[in-house]
Design a protein around this ligand. Sequence first.
Ligand code: NAD
Length: 390
Amino acid sequence: MKIGVAKEIGPNERRVAVTPDSVKQIKAAGYEVSVESGAGAGAYHEDRAYQEAGASIVTGPADLWSGSDAVLKIQPPLLNAPLGKHEADLLREGATLICMLRPLSNIDTVKTLAKRRVTSFSMDMMPRSTRAQRMDALSSMSTVAGYKAVLLAAETLPRIFPMLVTAAGTIAPSRLLIVGAGVAGLQAIATARRLGAVVEAYDVRPAVKEEVESLGATFVGPQLSAAEAQDAQGYARPLTPEQQKKGMEMLHERAALADVVITTARVPGLPAPRLIPTSVVQRMKPGSVIVDLAADMGGNCELTQPGQTVVRHDVTIHGPVRLAATVPVHASQMYSKNITAFLLHITKDGAIHFDPQDEIVTGTCVTRDGAILHAATRSRAEGAATAAAG
Ligand code: NAD
């Protein structure tokens, strides 16, 4: 089986799905590896390093995609404008694709993959289980994004983070509010604490209170039972109107007092919950900063512009959509470990081994044998087809 590592073509995408170290691991498992020339350049992995690891270098996307039995990448297939072709159409019929497919947001691409009988696996659908932990790319990227969000805020804030006692007087520490204490939020808390800020964290899941406090922050979330707040996978459930109202009041009061608000709140498969309305931004101190890590899902702040930084009511609002890509070396290293572990998990005797009993396989598989296996994506695809026919 020939594994292909494609060069990412998304804007500002500097990561690579597989590093030279992982190439060695894949080769050791008995697979051939081809890498598109320049694929690792953004993460400082030159073609020569891949060759030394045992990969062959392929020039251009057309040869890489069509010559591979399985293509590994980060972003979902995109239109390659210079080539005039969509990456999903470059894949060989019946080949395998492993990437962060985000199928619910990329219905047309999923339909193309199904039509071309591609077996596709979405790294962002990895089950949140102990077995799958080393393949959990979403957690890896959230870790990097949570760290970088704090640095972005520190860079923008016209204040110092730590308390300083100087001959020129005492400087009060900055106050941060982290909204959503999942993987990104917890990393943001840890990073902000290391920089000496006073940190509060808000989440709808009461289970995070202990983790928040163990990192030296104060938990300010609503008091819900675990069953009310999260599903069996550990993801947040949408709140009832009453729960929402109570939580919102508390959140808005804390946000108005913060110098920095970092929002990371998500509910899988749904647009990001709107948590910071314009009225709260207006109440924040001039010069305050918001970093909205849910910008790619529409944003937690009403004034967020995905992919942009805007200043509204004297508050700087960052809406980064690919923050992990701004730390390409370590983000690639982590993603590469995750995707390589996944590849080696789903292959056996030189081929993809589809084990219907394995939740890692069934949980991540989006298309196979011409069908869309992921139920929510299938019903959205069918809904789109019905709407088009009507
Ligand atoms: P996520 O990115 O889906 O959500 C981020 C955070 O936003 C979550 O903490 C969620 O509770 C919170 N949130 C959602 N709606 C909100 C709202 N209206 N207001 C405030 N906060 C809201 O989640 P994630 O960070 O990827 O992971 C969530 C949890 O899953 C983790 O904290 C962990 O407990 C679990 N997890 C388990 C594993 C594993 O076992 N292998 C791996 C990763 C994560």
